[in-house]
Design a binder for this molecule. Structure first.
Ligand code: CU
Length: 360
């Protein structure tokens, strides 16, 4: 059986230098613009980023290839600009057009001409299903997909999928930066999502998996300040459901070293992932581990999971919101029926946030 596959997308492309569009002078975490903080958000919560103007979401459903294509942009990325100084896209919303399983996620960055832009300029993107609570951290929305500079590409898990219902509201939270010496203009983040319709006759129904985000910040906001030198951040989360992990990957930022997941109730190390970095410490990728062949890694309700993220910051200064430590996995509960209680109404306030263009 093919396992969850994660790999690096090659990156090499130079584009033209341009001036950054003048940003709107609005703090990014204002309640009406940004509710990430209120939701215990992934990244921008509490930070004061200005908002990039004119960034919208275009959605397309190709029902021949059964692929959803989401395009967020255009975004201008002047060279050598930190995420704190860079105007950030507002939260955008995608309304799921059908009952379906989402099967995989392939992110890529392209310019207006379709040329690939280095994944490094993506600080991260996160997709949240506002109509469901996260099963590990119900204070948060269900975190269904994320990508960082390593541009992980999540392949399909045969027989499994993430079930969405028509009109589910998916909130897309994206943060960009540009640590390179090259400016990029009119950049689009494109995410391709193969799907299987649930209503149509055709392939047999999929089993449901649920995204498991196991965070060194426990159930708080994922970002934290990274002090100089060696740093270990530890978090714990208690599992309420018995089931199996199909596989895991990781999300860290530059200067990441290692992230470890333990089941401290059983005194077992589930997995230890070593970050792949270049000679400067820039993150190139995170490995993944699959448990398919053993029928999944068994976890029991009541188990306490511990996440330890190790960084080594050589810059001599604290990097504000510079770090995250997340083990990302696919979890299959023994009793899928238990997970229906996580469904809820999307909060209406969250849909006043951004200009959305649907060109389906
Ligand atoms: Cu991150």
């Amino acid at each position: 059986m093919r396992a969850i596959k994660v790999w690096l997308i090659g990156l090499l492309v130079a584009t033209t230098v341009s001036a950054q569009e003048k940003p709107a002078d609005v703090p990014h975490d204002m309640e009406h613009m940004q509710h990430g903080g209120r939701q215990g958000g992934f990244m921008q919560g509490g930070m004061h980023h200005s908002v990039a103007k004119g960034v919208t979401l275009q959605t397309k459903v190709d029902d021949v290839t059964h692929t959803i294509i989401l395009r967020e942009g255009p975004i201008n990325l002047p060279a050598n600009t930190s995420h704190m100084k860079m105007p950030q896209p507002p939260d955008l919303h995608w309304t799921v057009p059908m009952n379906a399983w989402l099967l995989a996620y392939s992110p890529k960055l392209v310019d207006a001409n379709g040329n690939e832009v280095p994944g490094r300029v993506l600080h991260h993107t996160a997709f949240w299903n506002e109509n469901r609570a996260d099963f590990l951290c119900p204070n948060k929305e269900e975190h269904i997909f994320g990508a960082g500079g390593e541009m992980t590409n999540w392949g399909q898990v045969p027989g499994y999928g993430y079930r969405v219902q028509k009109d589910d509201q998916i909130r897309i939270e994206t943060m960009v930066h540009n640590p390179t010496g090259t400016s990029y203009e009119k950049v689009f983040l494109e995410v391709r999502i193969p799907y299987q319709e649930a209503d149509a006759s055709g392939p047999p129904a999929r089993k449901n998996y649920y995204p498991a985000w196991m965070d060194a910040k426990s159930c708080g906001s994922s970002s934290y300040d990274l002090p100089p030198g060696k740093n270990v951040k530890e978090g714990e989360v208690a599992l309420k459901y018995s089931g199996v992990l199909l596989g895991v990957g990781g999300h860290m930022h530059d200067y990441g070293k290692r992230i470890v997941l333990e089941d401290i109730s059983r005194k077992e190390t589930v997995v230890a992932l070593d970050a792949k970095v270049d000679s400067q410490g820039q993150l190139l990728g995170m490995p993944t581990v699959t448990f398919f062949d053993k029928g999944g890694y068994k976890l029991a309700a009541g188990d306490v999971l511990k996440i330890s993220a190790t960084y080594d910051n050589p810059t001599g200064k604290t990097l504000p919101a510079g770090a995250m430590g997340i083990i990302v996995g696919a979890f299959v509960p023994n009793d899928d029926g238990q997970m229906t209680s996580l469904r809820r109404k999307a909060k209406p306030a969250s849909r006043q946030t951004a200009a959305i263009s649907h060109d389906r």
